[in-house]
Ligand binder design. Structure first.
Ligand SMILES: O=C(O)CCC(=O)C(=O)O
Ligand SMILES: [Fe+2]
Length: 202
């Protein structure tokens, strides 16, 4: 896949870029359906940060449910997203000199009812593990009153990205703090985390 000059530049200067129509409407809708089928099959587990002696999940910190997606043979919807993430990683390495290696893909579902993920970073400088976060949103009927925006904390202020179908957001995992604002409708996202070539990963 081709990265546009303005995307590469935005990643360098602001630490992120967004792209509309990452897969195209038809493939994006198929990803939505496949992701929803996993949710409905009960494949997801609470992601909640575990706290305290009883190690209960703290859903006030992180209210989503997750599963890991593995590469699928054949031409399935999630397989085609996997391939698009793979191509994205190669383009980022080539165009933005990021030297990315392997990546993991996570499916996350926020049930609505105000589920959120408080401000955090996906990686910490120095411990270099995750280098780039790429999130693909799979919500066909997202409306402003549903909230659930990804808020990115930039040097000059914040920006909010609504999780609408077929939108991609890419940011530097070590650089940008971010949060998921309370979601008032079920919200699906598929995230790829790219590791540096010299690290083992998760
Ligand atoms: O779904 C999103 O917009 C971001 C989720 C997130 O920050 C994470 O899973 O680390
Ligand atoms: Fe995150």
């Amino acid at each position: 896949m081709e990265l546009r000059d303005e995307e590469i530049e935005a990643l360098g200067t602001q630490g992120f870029f967004t792209r509309e129509a990452f897969l195209g409407r038809e493939r994006a809708s198929a990803v939505h359906a496949a992701a929803l089928a996993r949710v409905e099959a009960g494949a997801l587990r609470p992601a909640g940060i575990r706290r305290g002696a009883d190690r209960t999940e703290d859903t006030s910190v992180r209210g989503d449910f997750i599963t890991w997606v593995t590469p699928e043979p054949g031409s399935t919807a999630l397989g085609s997203l996997w391939e698009a993430f793979e191509a994205l990683g190669q383009s980022l390495s080539a165009a933005a000199y990021l030297g990315l290696g392997r990546f993991d893909v996570q499916l996350a579902w926020y049930p609505g009812e105000g589920a959120r993920y408080v401000r955090h970073r996906d990686a910490f400088p120095g411990q270099s593990n995750r280098r780039v976060t790429a999130i693909f949103y799979a919500n066909p009927d997202w409306r402003p009153e549903h909230g659930g925006q990804l808020r990115l904390f930039l040097e000059e202020g914040t920006v909010e990205v609504a999780p609408t179908l077929d939108r991609l957001v890419v940011f530097l995992s070590e650089k940008l703090e971010h949060e998921v604002l309370p979601a008032h409708a079920p919200r699906l996202a598929l995230t790829a985390w790219y590791y540096g070539r010299d690290t083992v990963g998760r």
